[in-house]
Design a protein around this ligand. Sequence first.
Ligand SMILES: [Zn+2]
Length: 359
Amino acid sequence: MTGAGAATVRDSGQGRSGKRRRAFLALALGLVCALAAAAVFLFGTTSPPPVDPAWAIPASRAIPPGSITVRFTGTSTLLFSDGETAWMVDGWFSRFGARQLLRGEIAPDLEAIERGLERNGASRLAVVIPVHSHFDHAMDSPEVARRTGAVLLGSPSTANIARGVGLPESQIRLAVDREPVAFGRFEITLIETRHFEFPDPAVRKQALEDPEIESPLVPPVGAFDYRLGTPYAIHVRHPLGQFLVQGSAGYVPDGLEGFDADVVFLGIGGLGTQTADYRETYWAETVETTGAKRVIPIHWDSLMGPIEGPFTGEKRFATLLSGDGEQTLDFLKAKAAENPELRFTTLPRYDPVVLFPAR
Ligand SMILES: [Zn+2]
């Protein structure tokens, strides 16, 4: 009895500490799971892109010879061709993860560039034009020019990105504001515009202050070493039609006066972080001023997203940090509802779409 009693006392003591240990383990496990779930949530790419899936169009099945086609890689990389002359906006194919972008150093990914050009069917290009000198536009452009024999047309900062990777001076051409340049039957005019203003003062300072790249930029370098340079809107006249590429969601008041366009490629990155007034003015200064009948949103997929397969929205932590939630999509849907005569389309990845059919 006595022995059994002592055993019972001992057992219940052990039972209490065993229960405590199990409770502690359960709590620790719960905490680990919660942290893992938070990480999956924050670094997840499941937040949908800010465009209506109903706007997506497939690749053109038949391309009448002589038509102007467009191919979209993602962000604002676009390839235009009329069958005689092909040229590219940006030509950005490298992709980096969040850690590399924020802390590491980056350099053009040559394999990605080779694959990107191949997926676009781009072997010879007349010209490559980055909309500004940030890495997600201009970092690969000189290599694209080198591989396709193209001229690189842009700001002095873009020229210094090209010099940093040894593109010959004969392939570098400085843009002159509002001066049209002919490439085949495309008459291309670069118009100085503005980058959209990051609402966070620290990010704004880091990304937009001291905009010039003053000397040849030799990679690898930090992502923010690709300074802004001069941001451009690209206006294109062709016998088949006119269009405008506005890469970043910025504007100069009345800057596009006199530049009519049938189609606007509308950069919408970061538009949701701006005030409602800003969005309205941006819309008026681009879509309304040019009198466009068709809007093709660009720069809406994640910079950290994959370069193949379906486009993804921004990582959730980036969306939470920037405050760019549903506002962009709500705004565009409201514009689509207000302007039933306007056609909204989003392009497939890589495959050609007829922009203006041959007449
Ligand atoms: Zn930018």
